[in-house]
Ligand binder design. Sequence first.
Ligand code: ZN
Length: 61
Amino acid sequence: MADDFWNKPRPGSLEAVAIGCTCPIFDNNRGAGTDDDGGWDVSYGCPVHWPRTAEPAEKES
Ligand SMILES: [Zn+2]
């Protein structure tokens, strides 16, 4: 599904940060993944990892 994601440096890794990633470095253990679930914590609006088509979680009206 999200092939794009796997073609990029992991969130929080030095490689990702070098190309503009704004995801948490420490929370992601520098790209190794979070301690919680083995996934990654992606920052809202990260230019590298935030999906282009993603919608805001909540919309104020
Ligand atoms: Zn990122």
